[in-house]
Design a protein around this ligand. Structure first.
Ligand code: FAD
Length: 212
């Protein structure tokens, strides 16, 4: 019996986090006719910058689920080779054309556009529900098991009861913390240093390069 005073929803699987992992999982479940509710804390998919590249392996997965052709109809650019500027002139460091794949290129497309596409595809299934502006901050626990989540969103606190709760809320996952899971620390094969620069300093660098 539910004696909570919060608005109450029922589903089979609640997925917390509408990034690539959560959105694609929700789509795959919806396609298999599993009732699924996707909760995303932001009001749109245009979050903090998360890159523009869809790699050949991602395109192969999109192809497997029959979405690659339509995805490639959206505005994008294709990167087939990579060139590094050196003192001896530009040097080609990668030629993706040598990969044995149907998609020997990197598809350059903002992640927000990719996520909009996946969400639109999932919305075609009546058993899929998407709630934007839904900030999950509590798990519903009963009898030693997680039975769903509570989120803050339009109209206050809501409850979603589900057989399965998935935390796809990114590297600093709140769901993971709430559930008391310790992430396994792994050493990534590469590190990327990412920083913001004022546009003015980019122009100064560009002018310096042209003057040499
Ligand atoms: C600056 C930057 C550039 C990148 N560039 C690329 C690139 O070009 N190509 C590439 O393939 N990868 C790139 N990556 C990596 C890629 O973005 C991540 O691997 C990918 O986004 C991870 O997907 P995810 O769904 O696991 O998590 P995330 O994308 O982090 O998504 C998690 C989602 O959960 C939501 N959320 C968080 N907490 C809650 C909560 N409590 N309640 C509800 N929702 C919540 C967040 O708003 C978010 O939408 C980049 C990453 C960064 C940081």
């Amino acid at each position: 019996m539910n004696d909570s005073t919060h608005p109450h929803h029922e589903t089979t699987c609640v997925v917390v986090g509408g990034g690539p992992a959560g959105a694609v999982l929700a789509l795959l479940l919806a396609r298999k006719e599993v009732p699924v509710m996707l909760l995303e804390m932001h009001k749109d998919f245009d979050r903090d910058f998360r890159g523009d590249t869809l790699h050949p392996s991602i395109m192969e997965i999109m192809d497997e689920i029959g979405l690659a052709d339509r995805l490639l109809q959206l505005p994008h650019a294709k990167m087939r080779t990579m060139t590094a500027p050196t003192t001896m002139g530009p040097v080609q460091v990668a030629d993706l054309g040598r990969l044995k794949t149907k998609f020997p290129f990197i598809t350059m497309m903002p992640q927000a556009q990719f996520l909009d596409f996946i969400a639109a595809e999932a919305k075609r299934y009546p058993n899929f529900q998407l709630v934007m502006g839904a900030m999950v901050d509590e798990l519903i626990e009963e009898g030693g098991a997680v039975r769903g989540v509570r989120y803050r969103g339009e109209g206050g606190v809501h409850e979603v009861r589900a057989l399965l709760t998935v935390g796809a809320d990114g590297r600093f996952s709140r769901v993971r913390k709430l559930a008391g899971f310790e992430p396994i620390k792994a050493s990534p094969p590469m590190d990327i240093l990412w920083l913001r620069l004022p546009l003015q300093s980019v122009f100064i660098w560009w002018a310096w390069r042209l003057s040499r």
